[in-house]
Design a protein. Structure first.
Length: 388
């Protein structure tokens, strides 16, 4: 009686089973995957958050398909602070970046149309695509002293049903930014093949260095472009369920996309008024939160490099931003076998690379916002395990 689109294999994998058994036994756990900022010991301006949610404006309902003007203005100001001018009429507020993807898929894709997604990347796109009867095809990211898009492989994946290319800037978990030349090639490819560009920039503010490559693609106008971001990462407030989609591109295509998106957004009106009213406050608070995050990321990265220097089996891949690190295991290691064994014998939990569609085995992904003591102790155990 269920739809084919929901016919997923819901059986837990080996690592999930091992983790559930570990927790059921109430064993000590050094979790090197924790990425929920509200559970990582960061300080929030709690009184100001409560006051923002208690504003008298939350008692008024003034529905707008794009979202409240004051909230969209706060988003526009966020981009203005980054020297990226975005017009408020080009912004749609959503409850999450997942919903932003949903809007883009609905406006671009018919049933069985395709979108191209990067590999490695975050394991979300398959489910979003299935829910909307869209197919995904993976284009490879190659590593050679840094990450880059394999444009030759990407070009070969395009056919008449390809509607969009998804870019994560910076990528999760590889932590690399889309470079200026790559953006230019993506634009030409999208224009040539009548495709759109969908850009996920939730980690954009968390750059380890500042240079031209860290620019937002929200003002990209060569190809029709949908750029998603939100408060979950920017302000460390995933529980507030506030995100957005910015539309840009050639004027005629952009106008058509905006008109169609307005109907979709008006049909759902999913963004709640109290959070919209509080968004200017939440966005103002991002600076203190991001400062704490980057201090934690740099401290954990320093600890990682220090411990790696004292052994020979593992190395880390170059990262430019975000809050994840990718560890390369010895060539003989199967990453799932390694992480299950690591959990069972060392009480340390890490994510195997195949969770993120790494093209080969032998990678472990760690969160760099893990509390420092847990990170250091867990990493020591991981490296001892890998060097046996």
């Amino acid at each position: 009686m269920f739809a084919d689109r929901a016919n997923w294999d819901l059986r837990p994998n080996r690592l999930s089973k091992a983790l559930a058994a570990h927790r059921a036994a109430a064993k000590t756990l050094l979790d090197l995957t924790v990425s929920n900022p509200t559970e990582c010991g960061f300080a929030y301006e709690e009184d100001e958050i409560r006051r923002a949610l208690a504003s008298p404006s939350v008692l008024r309902y003034q529905p707008d398909p794009r979202g409240m003007r004051a909230a969209r203005m706060a988003v526009a100001n966020y981009y203005s602070d980054r020297e990226t001018p975005v017009q408020i009429q080009d912004i749609f507020l959503t409850t999450s970046t997942s919903e932003a993807y949903s809007f883009a898929f609905r406006v671009l894709c018919n049933q069985a149309d395709e979108v191209l997604i990067p590999a490695p990347s975050y394991p979300l796109f398959d489910y979003l695509a299935d829910i909307h009867d869209v197919k995904v095809r993976r284009y490879p990211l190659l590593y050679d002293h840094g990450w880059q898009i394999d444009f030759h492989a990407l070009e070969k994946l395009i056919d008449a049903r390809t509607r969009a290319v998804i870019v994560v800037n910076p990528n999760n978990p590889t932590g690399h930014f889309t470079k200026t030349q790559e953006a230019a090639e993506l634009n030409e490819m999208c224009v040539t093949h009548d495709m759109a560009l969908i850009v996920d920039e939730v980690f954009l503010d968390f750059a380890l260095e500042n240079n031209e490559a860290r620019r937002s693609l929200a003002t990209n106008s060569r190809a029709l472009t949908f750029t998603a971001s939100g408060l979950s990462k920017i302000s460390g407030l995933p529980q507030m369920k506030a995100a957005w989609l910015v539309v840009n591109g050639p004027l005629e295509l952009k106008a058509q996309a905006l008109a169609r998106l307005e109907v979709i957004a008006d049909t759902y009106l999913s963004m709640n008024a109290p959070v919209q009213s509080a968004m200017p406050t939440f966005l103002k608070q991002r600076h203190k939160f991001q400062q704490q995050v980057m201090e934690r990321v740099r401290e954990n990265l320093t600890e990682l490099d220090h411990q790696l220097a004292s052994q020979h089996a593992c190395t880390r891949l170059k990262i430019e931003g975000g809050w994840y690190a990718v560890i390369r295991l010895p060539a003989t290691c199967d990453d799932e076998e390694f992480t299950v064994s690591l959990l069972n014998s060392q009480n340390v939990y890490g994510h195997p690379g195949h969770f993120y569609d790494f093209l080969s085995k032998g990678y472990v992904v760690l969160s760099l916002i893990t509390p420092k003591r847990v990170f250091a102790d867990g990493l020591t155990a991981l490296l001892i395990h890998a060097n046996r």
